[in-house]
Design a binder for this molecule. Structure first.
Ligand code: NAP
Ligand code: G4F
Length: 344
């Protein structure tokens, strides 16, 4: 089996590649040319799996339709996983056009290429709970109404709908995985969970004094990314293409996540967390809670890692990272304070 992954260098791309390689897939991934290396999350896979060509990377970009189409024609994959995106909701308010171009053009380019290929190719679209908008405390499932609150959410609604349209109009095997928030030590450092776990590690190591956050009352259904990529693969092995929700069924606030994280290093979050308006969004998704009974019953999928274990996995990882930072600091190789200057 051959799989092509857009977004292979991201959190989910890294875990999904690892899973597919373990199932014997030949994995192809697209990477963006950047002025510095952007493959840190998959460097371990590159060193093990590129020698025998089981992992092959190609320079491309979701905005470069002709290169994506050529790649699909050349690789002739059995499965395409479209994970590439500008995936930060707050940044989507700052870069709305780029976020929308990526979210919309990427999916339709791939679907068009697949439709014209003389081969049955399965397509996975990374849909998101962000599409629901989160204004009520209802449990959300595959039939819940979309009410996106950000340019990112709106672009995901387009990609979701166009996948359904290609499924119904052209019989393309197009799967929408509506995934609720999923986190891990590979999570980008400006998403709130990783921002917290990283700060906790550094505060415990004595190299950071405060953590500045935005809305502490927002609530999310947080799961573990490794569990969720298994769900993606299971969706693609099902006998028909459908929409599927993956979620834990538990929603916790940002405050609860921070409390749990600080508790693990015997500190009280109130002594370290301050809030700033600069991390508030023009429009907020207040509450997300998912109902994944369909995936649990039909795909036999279930999240293995619960909330407390997730926080522990992330904090323990970042305690070790902070120890490495201490060593670099001692050699004057990094700066003593840490906070992204621009990104929300
Ligand atoms: P991520 O860590 O932010 O990874 C995003 C990936 O997209 C990276 O590989 C990134 O490449 C790539 N990318 C960005 N711009 C691109 C472009 N112009 N052309 C090609 N690739 C581009 O995101 P993630 O957490 O793994 O999420 C994977 C997908 O699931 C995303 O589509 C996200 O929107 C969606 N999703 C995520 C969650 C979640 O909780 N994590 C929930 C629901 C849906 P670089 O490394 O070069 O930046
Ligand atoms: O960690 P976040 O930035 O994730 P968000 O906005 O829920 O989006 C993530 O999950 C979506 C699935 O629902 C994905 F589709 C999307 O790609 C991404 O992976 O923010 C979570 C909550 C928000 O309500 C935010 O306002 O945390 C709040 N928050 C409070 N302080 C903060 C901060 N968020 C960030 N990033 N940084 C803060 O300092």
């Amino acid at each position: 089996m051959k799989a092509l992954i857009t977004g292979i260098t991201g959190q989910d791309g890294a875990y999904l590649s690892e899973l597919l390689l373990s199932h014997g897939y030949e994995v192809h991934g697209i990477v963006r040319r950047s002025s510095s290396f952007n493959t840190a999350r998959i460097d371990n896979l590159i060193s093990t799996h590129t020698k025998d060509n089981m992992l092959q990377l190609h320079y491309s970009d979701l905005l470069d339709s002709s290169s994506i189409t050529n790649l699909i024609n050349n690789v002739q994959p059995d499965e395409v996983y479209n994970l590439g995106a500008q995936s930060h909701v707050a940044v989507s308010f700052q870069n709305p056009i780029l976020t929308t171009q990526l979210g919309t053009l990427g999916s339709i380019t791939i679907l068009e290429a697949i439709r014209h290929l003389d081969k049955d190719v399965k397509f996975y679209q990374a849909s998101s709970s962000e599409m629901f908008g989160g204004s009520s405390k209802d449990m959300l499932n595959e039939n819940s109404v979309f009410d996106a609150k950000s340019p990112y959410g709106a672009s995901k609604v387009f990609a979701h709908e166009i996948t359904k349209i290609y499924r119904e109009s052209y019989n393309v095997f197009g799967v929408n995985g509506i995934l609720f928030n999923h986190e891990s030590p590979l999570r980008g450092e400006t998403f709130v969970t990783r921002k917290i776990s990283k700060a906790v590690g550094r505060i415990a190591a004595g190299i950071q004094s405060k953590l500045t956050l935005g809305n502490l009352d927002a609530s999310r259904d947080w799961g573990y990314a490794k569990d969720y990529v298994k769900g993606m693969w299971l969706m693609m092995q099902h006998n028909q293409a459908e929409d599927w929700v993956l979620a834990t069924g538990t929603s916790k606030t940002v405050r609860e996540f921070a409390e749990e994280a600080f508790k693990l290093v015997n500190l009280n979050m109130e002594d370290y967390v301050i809030t700033s308006e600069k991390y508030l969004r023009p429009n907020e998704v207040d509450y997300l809670l998912g109902d994944s009974s369909k995936a649990r019953n039909i795909l036999n999928w279930k999240p293995e890692v619960g909330f407390k274990e997730l926080v522990k996995i992330m904090v323990e990882f970042d305690i070790n990272e902070a120890k490495k930072d201490v060593a670099l600091l001692n050699d004057n190789l990094i700066s003593p304070t840490w906070e992204y200057p621009v990104v929300k």
